[in-house]
Design a binder for this molecule. Sequence first.
Ligand code: SF4
Length: 466
Amino acid sequence: MKEACGVVGIVAPGRDVSHLCYDALYALQHRGQESAGMATYNDHQITVVKDNGLVSHVFAETTLRALAGSLVIGHTRYSTSGSANWTAAQPVYRSAGTSGFAIAHNGNLTNTTALADAAGIQFTSMLSDSDLVAELLARQVETGTTLTEALLKVLTNVEGAFSMVILEAGEVHAIRDPFGFRPLCLGRLGPAGAPEGWMIASESPALDVVGATFIRELNPGEMVTITKDGMSSVQLLEPAGAKQKLCIFEFVYFARPDTYLMGHQVHTTRRRMGELLAAQSKIDADIVMGVPDSGIPAAEGYAKASGIPFGYGLVKNRYIGRTFISPDQDKRAASVRRKLNPLRENIEGQRLVVVDDSIVRGTTTRALVKMLRDAGASEVHLRISSPPFMWPCYYGIDTPTREDLLAANHSVEEMNEFIGSDSLEFITLENLRSAIALDGECCDACLTGRYPAPTPVVLGVAGRRW
Ligand code: SF4
């Protein structure tokens, strides 16, 4: 699985917002490494710079200096809709009305074909769902409506997941979809009594790195508008239900461990997942190790609850970029070797409990188990901190189709055999929910087939819309 995207929005009169945005995007680099971009407004015009590559590759110091202005939005992208080439990089800019606007989007829309058909637009693979929303907004603005009015009209008909930031002359808007699938939080720059500016970000560490204070997460369907005079909020779209549906995999895998989501620090929830996983069944082993990065806190929790010592068994190369992520299964196994290397002296002759966050196709996990055996492990017992991944995600996470999801087509025993582990156990859904300490407030459709929002395909008898 690959993360979706990260978004940032800042309005801070007198501050160097492009540099602030750079630091914030850098903190969100884990959410997307394909492309990065920024749009600034300097009282006269909107300037957009975007390109393929990591944040540090796209923005040189001279580029940041040229991005003048006190309003900015930014984006890091992993493509889940449309092409991965430059045209799909964000922010997406549209000239409309007296000026124009720029949009940066995290999520995936599920009714793009219907939206495009209704508007007479040809939705090709070169056009992402974010492009489509930009086009629909631009058409509204051309008729004389304000961008805020256009947002209400267009987004009322949009289905799926969207956490968006939008820049127009003098204003930055931030909107979260009625389910709240993707995270989005609000921060303040400067002291409480005399704020120097306001900020929006996908995850709270992006606020921390620029010295902003976390205020709160946006509510599902809420729109926050920031100008040089301050911040205001409206409930633009009706929430989809009494409880929001934040993606449960933000806790398991996607979000940074230092991120706060719904009042919980992600690292703490991952430790709890490991503790509850250990309590599910007892096993004799010599060492508990986590698969970096998100498996580490869960392994710490497992070790604490089981009494088996925690140890490091894998070293991760942190400099592997998108170049090495290949669609081909053999190449995927090879990419595991590039990314992870065993610590032989910690592993040799040891009975290992290996804690990982998920099993999707199973090929990566199989390569990992082989690597540990080749390094001398006498036993490899896999413990997974999410339940079996049975259904594709349509809300902004890049997952294979059902045919390629190992758990959708095999029993746990068959998976254990395919992977080559000595034993395999997944955390129960009940224990995962308990670790997060939230009840029914997360989407778990890929684990249960209960999709909160409409999906773009017919799911068959077992897949239901809730
Ligand atoms: S389907 Fe799974 S990955 Fe997608 S939003 Fe829901 S919980 Fe997250």
